[in-house]
Design a protein around this ligand. Structure first.
Ligand SMILES: *Cc1c(COP(=O)(O)O)cnc(C)c1O
Length: 463
């Protein structure tokens, strides 16, 4: 099924939608620090390096495609969030963005907590040494086994997502002789994406209990009656890749409104609110993300102001950034294969990976940047589409970008800002082997998730 049909025949460059791609950059060799990890630069030979190692050496040692994560940058971003929110708030890294045991250790060492949303993520978190009380368990359809494991492990909080789950978690906790700390996830009727948010009609989604019609208040009422639960607060997550703080403002206003209703009805002030994640990063030079300290200041002020006017004690705030911590810290390194110029249209540049290592372009029309990294070039810019090797015409990694016209098979190109939702969403489509994740820092490189092998594939296929 295609979402839009085009008449047969070539679509000429001059009928491509206006503004779909920007003009060629003035310097194709430049690396915009907004989209590249902190320690990325070019050596005097013009080869791109990260953590003190150049990409040609990395490709030789680890092969391509591969994800390279700048450990110092990851730690710095984690620390920046931690410091920005201070001791009176909690930062939960959203593990679904990218999770491995090394990452769990970095988070632990930098003082962050961790969100998980499946048994597999919980197992990784615990195995990586995250203390259970610093783990939050999410999800709209947690299984009985997952809830049982989470309660037994002693996770710090379970975020309850439905009326049925309130009863389910209470029952499991009681039968284990526990009282589980929980938050209730509400949908506040705000959905935010990038530069805009919509403040109505977005209760039509699978997550959370709607505030509308008193449903969230009813959920709190029921949860408060159950011995197996200790209700510590309300949770709201409004979207992803958000730059505009006004969506959080509306969400905080509505969540605080609920806290006030709870106080008025039950005489208790819930001690915590969680405002979720979703903060945007720069995928291209056109994006302007905010710094953690600006976000912390804005969110804390919004909540204090709302609480003051509702005459509530300001609750402890938690946030759940995933993409904003890990996204900018990694790039994917590919080797250029077939180059196919289509006259009057663009040049298709095929790489040795594709939608199996980055599904976001196909899935959400995500935008990415790309650069030639194994050398510099003075050639003219050429309009390219970077595509993968999969049997799917939608297998696009970078929809519209410019690369030097002398690009040749064997060159290395890299796509920055692939730390979040790339390896974690990777698939084995076409029985392609999922790439490794290599941590680089201080002149050393270490595999933290190894490359999949054909043996791995065949081990699952029991014949
Ligand atoms: C996905 C998700 C996050 C993280 O979102 P980012 O866009 O990566 O910051 C945080 N909280 C919840 C509940 C989520 O589902």
């Amino acid at each position: 099924m295609s979402r839009s049909a085009h008449p047969a025949g070539p679509r000429h460059a001059d009928v491509l939608p206006e503004g779909h791609y920007s003009a060629p950059p003035t310097d194709l060799n430049a690396l915009d620090p907004k989209v590249w990890a902190q320690t990325v630069g070019r050596t005097t030979d013009g080869v791109v390096e990260v953590g003190g190692i150049d990409v040609k050496a990395l490709a030789e040692q680890f092969g391509t495609p591969a994800y390279f994560i700048d450990e110092a940058d990851f730690r710095a971003r984690a620390r920046a969030w931690r410091t920005a929110f201070g001791p009176d708030a909690d930062v939960f890294y959203a593990g679904k963005a990218f999770l491995s045991r090394a990452v769990v250790r970095w988070l632990y060492e930098e003082g962050l907590n961790l969100d998980v949303c499946s048994g597999g993520e919980l197992a990784t978190a615990l195995s990586g040494g995250m203390p259970a009380d610093r783990i939050a368990f999410h999800g709209n359809n947690k299984s009985t086994e997952e809830i049982t494991r989470a309660v037994e492990a002693g996770v710090g909080r379970i975020v309850l997502d439905s009326f049925q789950e309130i009863v389910r978690v209470a029952h499991i906790a009681s039968s284990l002789g526990r009282r589980q700390r929980v938050q209730i996830r509400v949908t506040v009727g705000v959905e935010a994406h990038t530069h805009e948010f919509i403040a109505t009609a977005h209760e039509d989604q699978k997550f959370g209990v709607p505030l509308a019609g008193g449903q969230a208040a009813e959920a709190v009422r029921r949860a408060l009656q159950l011995d197996g639960l200790e209700v510590i607060g309300i949770h709201s997550h409004i979207g992803s890749q958000i730059f505009d703080m006004s969506g959080f403002e509306v969400a905080a206003h509505r969540v605080v409104g609920l806290l006030k209703d709870i106080r008025d009805e039950h005489g208790i002030e819930l001690p915590e609110i969680d405002l979720g994640g979703g903060l945007g990063i720069a995928y291209t030079s056109d994006d302007d993300p905010r710094e953690p300290h600006e976000i912390a200041k804005a969110l804390t002020e919004i909540v204090s102001r709302e609480c003051e006017s509702a005459r509530l004690r300001t609750p402890r705030i938690s946030v759940e950034p995933g993409r904003a911590i890990v996204g900018p810290t990694a790039f994917t390194l590919y080797e250029v294969g077939t180059i196919k110029p289509l006259d009057g249209l663009r040049t298709y540049v095929s790489v040795d990976g594709g939608m199996s290592d980055n599904i976001r372009t196909a899935l959400y029309d995500a935008e990415y940047s790309v650069a030639l990294v194994s050398r510099t070039s003075d050639a003219e810019p050429m309009l390219v589409r970077v595509v993968g090797k999969h049997c799917e015409s939608g297998d696009i990694v970078v929809r519209d970008a410019f690369l030097p016209a002398d690009l040749a098979p064997g060159d290395l190109i890299a796509v920055p800002a692939t730390g979040a939702y790339c390896r974690s969403m990777a698939s084995n489509y076409n029985h392609v082997l999922r790439p490794p994740v290599v941590a680089v820092g201080d002149g050393e490189a270490r595999v933290i998730v190894r490359r999949e092998t054909e043996e791995d594939l065949l081990r699952l296929d029991v014949g």
